[in-house]
Structures are given as structure tokens and as C-alpha cells.
Design a protein around this ligand. Structure first.
Ligand code: NAI
Ligand code: MG
Length: 490
């Protein structure tokens, strides 16, 4: 077997480096204040209110962004509605060129975008630089190519855009989620009102600058900041035709209720509690590396994180030992340091939630192991944490923690692990580690998850559809499947 590098790389095949390692935050020119991007201009909010965005690694204030009221949302929706007529009638190849231009400009500003993403959200710079930003650019490239090929995607059908898409995104992959939402909406001829999450609005505002510079017709993309109430105003606006949401299952359910009985369409990408399953015939070192990537990538703030590990009984001891050894080598600390593996927790609210679950795990009687790393003296940090001796019915094995916390259980047979893996309210993703192709085929047909990875984990590519079963939501993003939710197909 080839000698393996023993450091956590979290590299992705689709990711390309577009920029050298950023050596300091001075490369990111963050403005002290960002207004709303409506109708191709930066405009002061009618609410006259602003709120701070901070760096969770230091507590430092980075900038202020506008707090949009329902009147601001209305202004943005009107701009999107006015733009829809001409944008949807533009020759599709022209739409594609605009999207392509955005992709190129994301590449050109890659270094700055990566630094701002890391400062605003706390994720390691290596991830922002090698994953988030290039994957966002790839998404724009991919959907730029689809714009004038919709007739091949949906042969013998008329594909008409829906109209104004209201898009609400979370804080774990801010720029990438903006790309996932905006690119397919534009390719299919819709116009957009997008709201980033309140703790990570800054790369969306840089994207607004890019869209302005790319000279998109005014109103085609509007980016407005605000909290949950702003999101709710988008959802409830009568002139919005489509809601695309990524976030918590709780808010997903609120949105479903709000749009029931209207003709709004929705795509909901919600929570997850993915099973990552190691069989005794798996290449164990490779599997352990995949498990570590699966749960500690982006501090575990990942909807498809492999947060439940199932290990076949005969290799449990060996896997546990390898896992503990590997976790001890992870570097937790300054997200801007390119050697950092695990950065800062995104917000105090999220920090409190993860700590709450760690206490629940201890009280439920599971065995906790935490890496013995020294945490920075200020900022929001939680060391990589694993729980073994976990009961299937325990809360830490059932509920989404959304942090660097892994539960470990053992199993004997295929049927037993399939039953356990499927036994949560969620169904977003799963992973299988085995040397046997037949096992992979058996499990992928029986695991109730939108994505099943085999001998790998957390692989993302614009060509592959992504989305959930059960309480993980519905609709698909990415690939050909990601176009349909933005179209009326007749
Ligand atoms: P959230 O679901 O409240 O926030 C996601 C987005 O929805 C933000 O832009 C927020 O402003 C917006 N929003 C909030 N309330 C809304 C409403 N009533 N109508 C429309 N939009 C609304 O998630 P939050 O509170 O930040 O995190 C809580 C938990 O949710 C996390 O601990 C995690 O378990 C889960 N989560 C899952 C995500 C995923 O990717 N599946 C992403 C973020 C959070
Ligand atoms: Mg922030």
C-alpha cells in the first residue's frame, strides 16, 4: 500500500487551487458597513437598522450589515419581478455568459473571498481556500454551461422559469450555498432575492460586488441581509414564486406551513445525522481518515456530516485506538493559520448547543474522549470529541449536534446496521467502508439517504445531485436534478 501522509488534508478531487496561501488578513478589504444590494445598486435599508458581523475566533467586530425589514424585502422582490420579464426572455446563451463571468470573477477574487469566509465564519483557511471558494466557482461554471442546453435536459418538454426565487441560506458554507442557490436559478431564467445567515453575511456582500461588476442587468440578483424575520418576510411575500432554503429542520417546517395552500414551490435542504459504517473487511487506516474528515471537516457544522459511526464488532477496538491516535494529531486553533485542521465554532448560540449535547452525552452514560489539544485562550473552540458505548435511542445518537462530536456504536450483521443507520428522523447522507462491492450495492439500495458515499466521504461535485429523505427535506441541488426545481415542466 502506498505510504500515506499523516496530516488531515480534507482535500477534494473537484477542488483546484486558484490562489496561494493567504499569509495575512490584510488581503481582505472588508468595508466597515454594507448596504443592501437591490436593483443593481447598494442601497441603505428602509429600516435604517444595521447589525454587526463578528469573527468567532476572536470576538472582533468585522463590519456592519443592514437589517432588512419587510419593506426592504418588498423592494427587493419588486426589483426581481421587474427584471424577470427581460431576463427570462434573454437568449439562453447570453444568460450563460453572465453566469460564466461570475464564475471567473469568483476565481479572480478567490484569495480575498477565502480570507473573508474564514474571518466571518471561523472555518480553517485551508478549507475556504481549497474547498469553499473553488467549489463555488465550479458551480457557476457548471450551470453556465446548462443555460442554453435545457432542451437536452428536458427533451420534448417545455421548460419555463418559475419567476422570483427567494433563497435563504445558512452559515456553514456561506459563499458555496449562495452559489448552489443562485447559479441554477439564473441558468433557468429566474430572478433572485437571496438572504445570507446573520452570522456570515460578508462573502455574500462580496458576491454582490462581483455581480455588480459582472454587469448583470439590475434586479436579476438582489442580496439582502437580516435575521430570521427577514427570511420569513421573503417566504411570506405574495410575489415570490419559489423558496429555496438550507438550514434547520425546525425552520424548514415553519416554511412548509407558511407556503401551504399557496402556489409557491420549495426546495428544502435540512438537517442530518449521517451514519458512517465500517465493515471488518474495510481498509481501516483509510476508513479512519474518512471518518475524521466526515465529522471534523468545518468543525462538524455540516448537514451531511458523518456524525454516527458504526463499526463491525471484530474491528471496534482497533478502529477506536486508531481514531483516538488520529484525533490527537489534529490542530485546533486560529482559522487563518494554514496548518489548522479544526477552526472556531461559528457562533455563541451554536457553541452553547454543542456543549449542551456533550453534557447530555455524559449524563446518558456514554464514554467521552476528547483530544488533549490546548485551545486558544479566547474565541469559541471545542476540541474533537468522540462518544463510545452509545445507545441507539440516546439523544446524542438521534439529534443533530452540528459540531465536532462523533458517536460510536458497534454492530454484527448487515441487517442490524441497516436498521440502526435508518433509525433516525433524518436521511441526508451515509457512508460505507468495505472491500466488497456486493456490500456496497446491498447497502446503497437499503440506506434511506439522499447521498451514499462508498470508501470516501464529503465528496461534492457540481454534477452530482444532493438532497435528503425524511426530515432532511426534499428537492435536489446540483447536477441535472438541480435545474428541475426552478422550472415549470409541461
Ligand atoms: P436556522 O435554520 O435558524 O437558520 C438558517 C437560515 O434561515 C438563516 O439565514 C436564518 O436567518 C433563516 N431563518 C431563521 N428563521 C427563519 C424563518 N422563520 N423563516 C425564514 N428564514 C428563517 O438555523 P440556526 O438557528 O442558525 O441553527 C440551528 C441549528 O440548525 C443548528 O444547530 C443545526 O443543527 C441546524 N442547521 C442546519 C443546517 C444545514 O445545513 N442543514 C444549517 C444551519 C443550521
Ligand atoms: Mg461572522
Amino acid at each position: 500500500m502506498a505510504k500515506r501522509d499523516n496530516t488531515l488534508k480534507l482535500k477534494f478531487d473537484s477542488a483546484r487551487k486558484f490562489a496561494p496561501a493567504p499569509e495575512s488578513r490584510s488581503a481582505a478589504k472588508i468595508k466597515p458597513k454594507y448596504d443592501l444590494f437591490i436593483n443593481g445598486k447598494f442601497e441603505k435599508p428602509l429600516s435604517k437598522k444595521y447589525f454587526d458581523s463578528t469573527n468567532p475566533a476572536t470576538g472582533e467586530k468585522l463590519s456592519e450589515v443592514a437589517d432588512s425589514s419587510a419593506a426592504d424585502v418588498d423592494k427587493a422582490v419588486k426589483a426581481a419581478r421587474n427584471a424577470f420579464n427581460s431576463w427570462s426572455k434573454l437568449p439562453a446563451a447570453e444568460r450563460g455568459k453572465y453566469i460564466f463571468r461570475i464564475a471567473r470573477m469568483v476565481q479572480e477574487r478567490a484569495r480575498e473571498l477565502a480570507i473573508v469566509e474564514t474571518l466571518d465564519g471561523g472555518k480553517p483557511i485551508r478549507e475556504s481556500r481549497d474547498f469553499d471558494v473553488p467549489t463555488a466557482a465550479n458551480h457557476f461554471f457548471y450551470y453556465a454551461g446548462w443555460a442554453d442546453k435545457l432542451e437536452y435536459a428536458f427533451p420534448n418538454r417545455t421548460a419555463k422559469p418559475l419567476g422570483v426565487a427567494g433563497q435563504i441560506i445558512p452559515w456553514n458554507f456561506p459563499l458555496l450555498m449562495a452559489a448552489w442557490k443562485i447559479a441554477p436559478a439564473l441558468a433557468t431564467g429566474n430572478t433572485v432575492v437571496l438572504k445570507p445567515a446573520e452570522t456570515t453575511p460578508l462573502t455574500a456582500m462580496l458576491l454582490a460586488e462581483i455581480i455588480l461588476e459582472a454587469d448583470l442587468p439590475p434586479g436579476v440578483v438582489n442580496i439582502i441581509t437580516g435575521a430570521g424575520s427577514t427570511g420569513a418576510a421573503i417566504v411570506n411575500h405574495p410575489d415570490v414564486n419559489k423558496i429555496a432554503f438550507t438550514g434547520s429542520t425546525d425552520v424548514g417546517k415553519i416554511i412548509e406551513k407558511a407556503i401551504a395552500g399557496t402556489d409557491k414551490k420549495a426546495t428544502l435542504e435540512l438537517g442530518g445525522k449521517a451514519a458512517n459504517i465500517i465493515f471488518e473487511d474495510a481498509p481501516l487506516d483509510q476508513a479512519v481518515e474518512g471518518i475524521v474528515n466526515g465529522i471534523f471537516f468545518n468543525q462538524g457544522h455540516v448537514c451531511c456530516a458523518g456524525s454516527r459511526l458504526y463499526v463491525q464488532e471484530s474491528v471496534l477496538e482497533s478502529v477506536l485506538r486508531k481514531l483516538k491516535d488520529r484525533i490527537e494529531t489534529l490542530i485546533v486553533g486560529d482559522p487563518l493559520d494554514k496548518n489548522t485542521d479544526v477552526g472556531a465554532i461559528n457562533s455563541k448560540q451554536q457553541y452553547d448547543q454543542i456543549m449542551k449535547y456533550i453534557k447530555i452525552g455524559i449524563n446518558e452514560g456514554s464514554d467521552m474522549f476528547q483530544s488533549s489539544c490546548t485551545l486558544p485562550s479566547k474565541g469559541l473552540y471545542i476540541p474533537p470529541t468522540i462518544f463510545s458505548n452509545v445507545a441507539q435511542s440516546s439523544r446524542i445518537a438521534q439529534e443533530e449536534i452540528f459540531g465536532p462530536v462523533l458517536t460510536i456504536q458497534s454492530f454484527r450483521t448487515d441487517d442490524e446496521v441497516i436498521e440502526k443507520a435508518n433509525n433516525t428522523p433524518y436521511g441526508l447522507s451515509a457512508g460505507v467502508w468495505t472491500d466488497k462491492g456486493s456490500k456496497i450495492f446491498n447497502l446503497t439500495t437499503k440506506l434511506r439517504a439522499g447521498v451514499v458515499w462508498a470508501n470516501t466521504f464529503n465528496k461534492f461535485d457540481p454534477t452530482s445531485p444532493f438532497g435528503g429523505y425524511k426530515e432532511s427535506g426534499y428537492g435536489r441541488e446540483g447536477g441535472l436534478h438541480g435545474l428541475a426545481p426552478y422550472l415549470n415542466l409541461v
